[in-house]
Design a protein around this ligand. Structure first.
Ligand code: DAH
Length: 336
């Protein structure tokens, strides 16, 4: 058997193979069931015993050589093959794969919209801690010692004088301690209440606090800013009205109603057929709050307001259960 002949034929065949298919045909020609190397190996058993070791060694050398040469040639050919793949025209008629992507949480979307409106009205952003001192959450805001919201039933206390803030109003005090008027801020954030949880009460929810302090700020300024804000958020035909209320840190205090987003005032299920929706609390900053931060109440006046972000999102999107916001169910969140 002419081993040298097979080897030179093999080298020529492999060099001539111009693509992976041609190379595969070479592989079959040598290593396939009827291939030349396979035939060599079979022939060993028919050979005289004294020739077998030499034939075995030669056949094996050729077999390994075939595999090595094939692998080397394949490595040369594959890059060309990839180039051909990337150069192939793209079939624009193929169906698209589902490019699902993340999105902002509906509360963040709602907050961003509200913040954008306030920003346009000259309010700056301020913030304060969620783990708060009793002093900032209650005492400095003129809450009487025996006020029911100070109760363990309503407030999560961490120690006797550290708690989870129950509202964003403490940011007012923290900000005024550090700045002198005029000042105009909103302070957004999460607040905590020890509530019995149901579809309209959650233990964690979100507020935006507003505060404007200067000389000669009046209730008319309050009403003007709130009306402007509400009309930008809910539509220019929206009306507001003030109802007398009580908050320890404002005097006078009001609850703000707006005409219903769902029915524009004629009565529907969103507003419980009244045509009005309670949207926020507000009032003129109480002189005792100014005293707590070292402002002279005879020199400065101001207004404050607090609005629930979750509530605004519920009204705008017709969401009927506040617990959905923090349930992390993507089927819910994907809708917005
Ligand atoms: N802090 C109040 C609450 O959590 C909301 C509020 C009412 C904030 C009147 C204010 C305000 O700044 O003036 O219910």
């Amino acid at each position: 058997m002419d081993v040298d002949k097979i080897e030179s034929a093999l080298r020529a065949d492999i060099a001539a193979a111009g693509d992976p298919e041609a190379l595969d045909a070479v592989r079959v020609r040598y290593l396939g069931r009827k291939g030349r190397v396979t035939a060599m190996l079979r022939a060993i058993s028919d050979a005289p015993a004294e020739d077998r070791p030499r034939l075995g060694a030669e056949s094996n050398r050729i077999k390994i050589l075939v595999e090595e040469l094939l692998a080397a040639r394949r490595a040369e050919l594959v890059p060309q093959d990839e180039n051909a793949f990337y150069a192939a025209p793209i079939d624009g008629t193929l169906p698209a794969t589902d490019g699902s992507s993340g999105r902002r949480h509906v509360l963040v979307q709602t907050f961003n919209e509200m913040r954008g409106i306030f920003h346009g009205m000259g309010y700056r952003l301020a913030s304060g801690p969620e783990v708060e001192l009793e002093y900032y959450n209650f005492q400095s805001l003129n809450f009487p010692e025996e006020h029911p919201s100070r109760d363990l039933q309503d407030t999560f206390y961490l120690t006797d004088d550290i708690l989870l803030r129950t509202h964003t109003s403490p940011v007012q005090v923290r900000y005024m301690e550090e700045h002198t008027p005029p000042l105009k801020i909103i302070a957004p954030g999460r607040v905590y209440r020890n509530e019995a949880i149901d579809q309209s009460h959650a233990a964690e929810f979100h507020q935006i606090e507003g505060l404007y302090v200067d000389t000669d700020v009046s209730m008319a300024d309050l009403k003007g800013d709130i009306a402007l804000f509400i009309q930008q958020l809910f539509g220019s035909k929206t009306q507001i009205r003030f109802k007398p209320h009580f908050f320890p840190f404002t005097e006078p205090s009001v609850d703000v109603d707006m005409t219903c987003f769902g029915c524009a005032g004629s009565g529907c299920s969103i507003c419980g057929q009244t045509g009005w929706i309670e949207i926020m609390g507000a009032g003129m900053v109480h002189p005792n709050v100014f005293r707590a931060v070292g402002y002279d109440p005879d020199q400065y006046t101001g207004f404050a307001f607090g609005i629930g972000v979750d509530r605004v999102a519920m009204i705008r999107h017709g969401i009927d259960d506040i617990r959905l916001f923090l349930a992390n169910d993507v089927r819910f969140l994907r809708q917005f």
